[in-house]
Design a protein. Structure first.
Length: 239
């Protein structure tokens, strides 16, 4: 049996993105929490094939991405030929699947009224953080803004969400170039301008993050403390 690298706690999507960028020939064994085991094969930046029980191809990959896993084992090589049920660039395959999953998450969130819970948390944060200019929650890869409260005139939620998502993606690519992308989860990002702070914090193990704009009259330590305090409630609302 080949020796593999065992990983936990990192979104499967992120692993695939980094492995795709590396263009290496690898095989992933994905062990889901419901005990099902799936396999994904990649080579030269493409996802060649995916299998999960009686599912295969894009359908199997979609199911693995939408399920919780216990462990992923990455094998640096695989021998023999593999059925090319997908054979598409990682970025292209994930873009379509993730977009569909995020849309379904959004619909379910609204259906259950959890969007209102998030809105109430954000409104309270906006009030409780001195000199806060705005606060929002966005999907880190798709840029979908789940909710936002701001004083900024003509604020476009969709444009802002897409911009924040692009920023997070660029940071992850920078980490992957250094060989750290698979192993490092981004927790916080701080951008400082002449008169403002832009602070982003990822929310638990979700694909969402909270972003806060604050004037420099505010206190960063207090801001961080407030976000850590509400993080469990936001994660619960997003789950």
């Amino acid at each position: 049996m080949l020796d593999g690298i065992k990983l936990k706690g990192i979104p499967l999507k992120n692993m695939l993105q980094v492995l795709g960028d590396s263009r290496n020939r690898v095989w992933l064994k994905v062990i889901l929490k419901d005990k099902r085991e799936g396999n994904i094969w990649l080579d030269k930046g493409k996802i060649l094939h995916a299998v999960l029980n009686d599912l295969f191809g894009v359908e199997a990959l979609r199911e693995m991405l939408s399920s919780e896993y216990s462990e992923v084992i990455i094998f640096k090589e695989f021998s023999g030929s593999v059925v090319n049920s997908i054979n598409e660039p990682v970025e292209d395959v994930l873009k379509d699947i993730v977009k569909e999953l995020v849309r379904k998450e959004r619909e379910e969130l609204i259906k259950q009224g959890r969007d209102k819970m998030i809105e109430q948390i954000l409104k309270k944060l906006k009030t409780d953080i001195p000199h806060c200019l705005g606060v929002g929650v966005f999907h880190t890869t798709e840029g979908l803004m789940i909710g936002a409260v701001t004083d900024i005139p003509n604020y476009d939620h969709d444009v802002a969400g897409a911009a924040y998502s692009t920023m997070m993606s660029s940071i992850k690519k920078a980490l992957s170039i250094r060989g750290e992308g698979i192993y490092v989860n981004i927790r916080d990002v701080l951008v400082e301008t002449d008169d403002k702070y832009l602070y982003v914090r990822t929310l638990g193990n979700t694909d969402y993050a909270i972003v806060v704009a604050m004037s420099k009259e505010g206190n960063l330590g207090y801001l961080r403390a407030m976000l850590k305090k509400v993080e469990p409630d936001l994660v619960k609302a997003l789950a």
